[in-house]
Design a protein around this ligand. Structure first.
Ligand SMILES: Cc1cc2nc3c(=O)[nH]c(=O)nc-3n(C[C@H](O)[C@H](O)[C@H](O)COP(=O)(O)O)c2cc1C
Length: 216
């Protein structure tokens, strides 16, 4: 994997999939270690909700600490991203089904969607790390719409719990730096729907794959 992101300015946008915040923070740290400059953004929901995954204030402070700068958390602060040419690539990690739906529909009513819209005005890449239990139900049409949209790339996703959450797709956050590197070259990392090992895929094809094969 190409690891040198020195000087690359990445808009790092987090939306309200709170259970994946720890995985996202880890990747933000990794991008920083690889030399990237991060411009942090959180949706109003991500920045303000207190959940069992931390308070809004704690999560905002954590992202600010990783990025070494204040987090953008409102539409008016996100608007200059494009006009002031602040980002080379923008990552939404995690990307909720709510934000994916808005991006697909062209709705701009949060700091996160404003950041994407503003960044896209320069025709630069956007990488989505989808995390949603209804990716293969209500969200499927929106994700499909974005698959087909210019400048959008995806962190490969896993059906993370095929028994208890059969419609869930969650990005393999560990592939985020590789997906960013690929998107900077105009390439979608594949497979988009990821399988942990060839062996598991073979078992899926032969109909002998069960949930116990996946780590909890
Ligand atoms: C504890 C908790 C966990 C959530 N996890 C997810 C999730 O993994 N994926 C998702 O699409 N929405 C999730 N949601 C719902 C979103 O936070 C909600 O749709 C919100 O409006 C998203 O706003 P945003 O996209 O502007 O951040 C969760 C909500 C809570 C309270």
């Amino acid at each position: 994997m190409e690891t040198n992101l020195i000087g690359i300015r990445i808009g790092y946008v987090m939306t309200g999939s709170f259970c994946t915040f720890a995985r996202s923070f880890a990747q933000a740290e990794k991008l920083r270690e690889m030399g990237a400059e991060l411009v942090p953004v959180m949706s109003e929901t991500a920045a303000s909700l207190d959940t069992r995954f931390g308070t809004g204030a704690e999560n905002t402070a954590r992202l600010a600490e990783i990025c070494g700068r204040a987090v953008i958390t409102d539409i008016s602060s996100a608007e200059p991203i494009g006009p002031k040419d602040m980002t080379d690539i923008l990552v939404v990690a995690p990307c909720t089904s709510n934000t994916a739906a808005k991006l697909a529909a062209g709705i701009t009513d949060s700091a996160a969607t404003m950041a994407v819209k503003s960044h896209l005005r320069r025709g630069k890449p956007v990488v989505l790390a989808i995390a949603s239990n209804d990716s293969l139900l209500g969200s499927a049409k929106n994700i499909g719409e974005l698959f087909n949209r210019k400048n959008y790339y995806f962190v490969p996703m896993l059906q993370d719990d095929i028994e208890r959450k059969p419609a869930s797709l969650v990005a393999e956050f560990e592939l985020l730096p590789e997906a960013v590197n690929a998107a900077l070259r105009g390439v979608q990392l594949r497979p988009i729907i990821y399988h942990p090992t060839e062996a598991i895929r073979d078992r899926a094809v032969s109909g002998t794959l069960f949930q116990k094969d996946f780590p909890q």
